[in-house]
Design a binder for this molecule. Sequence first.
Ligand code: SF4
Length: 406
Amino acid sequence: MSNSNINRRKSNEVKVGNVFIGGDNPIVVQSMTDTNTSDIEKTTNQILELAKAGSEIVRVTVNDADAIQAIPYIKDNIQKSGLNIPLVGDFHFNGHILLNKYQSEAAHLDKFRINPGNVGKKNKKDKNFTTMIEAACKLDKPVRIGVNWGSLDQELLADKLDTNNNLNIPKSLDEVMCEAVIASALENAKLAETIGMSNNKIIISCKLSKVNMLIDVYQKISKMCDYALHLGLTEAGSNERGIVYSSCALGPLLLNGIGDTIRVSLTTDINGSRSKEVDVAKLILQSLGIRYFLPDVTSCPGCGRTSSDYFQKLAFDIDQYIKDSMPVWKKNYPGVENLKISVMGCIVNGPGESKHADIGISLPGRGENPTAPVYIDGEKKVTLKGDNITNDFKKILINYIDNRFR
Ligand code: SF4
């Protein structure tokens, strides 16, 4: 069940490989590799890792001749793995040269990302952009016109600042920056249409790293065009910072029906998994009730009433059990991702929260009887005790899933 209170903005539907973005289609989760694209094996492996984590589109850097010549091999490897995930090429600076010279290789990509701030300066800018759009049209590929304030067209920004300085009451630098980002996206999208690209082949994004500015930009641009919108806070940072900032940026927009595809740009920890950004993107959508990917486990934080760390271990154990089981459950139990589970630490909120879940357990707090009532569909069904509560609860859980979703 998805959040029916959200009124999705109407956007053009864009086909990217076998995935549809925009229109009435579910919001698509995407990610990007951080390998050297010319390292075919490493790049293939990371694409597969991201796809297995739930990324529905993966972007790779195409920064030189070696990278673009690796694309057919990477695509072939992906197809041989049985995962038909669309592959997007990220072009900057030399994209016009690569897309002109290596068209048969570029044909293996499902979309091109073009950054209009990085296609060239002065009279070369439109010429290089035109070359790239013509290649996309010839190969029948959609494009994302992806503006980033870190590489914003400086001539366009300078023009906007000049105009602003001549106003009686000049706007703030942030306001002018937002206007310039929007203008860059829309002007280049229009130019692409003039060159011959249809509007259902164009996705646009306007990425900034300040949360309030990003929200402002997307709120405005969403009313100014029908293009499908790719959302993402650029350079969000790592760990908690990246997760919180991305969630705060994307949440309000998604709740207002803005956004057709999302990416969470996390700095990967050394030795960390790149797929963390996919997990976070899915959780953002799931937390808002927009899409469900795996059963939800509600658990309390614990407090002085918690008699041991048993309930924390149980909550983490159940989380892990669900993650490990999902590949099989997804096949055997359609709809299981909508399941709500609660694991609570004591009688204060335990029974009430457990009743709100499909299946919940309330562990005994300090001074309480050493028993753990289990609630199923809002009713207390059984009370667990002894040393084997975790396994007993898992058995009840799998029985419930088997009865309800088989
Ligand atoms: S449910 Fe009980 S243990 Fe959990 S936070 Fe609330 S009072 Fe503390």
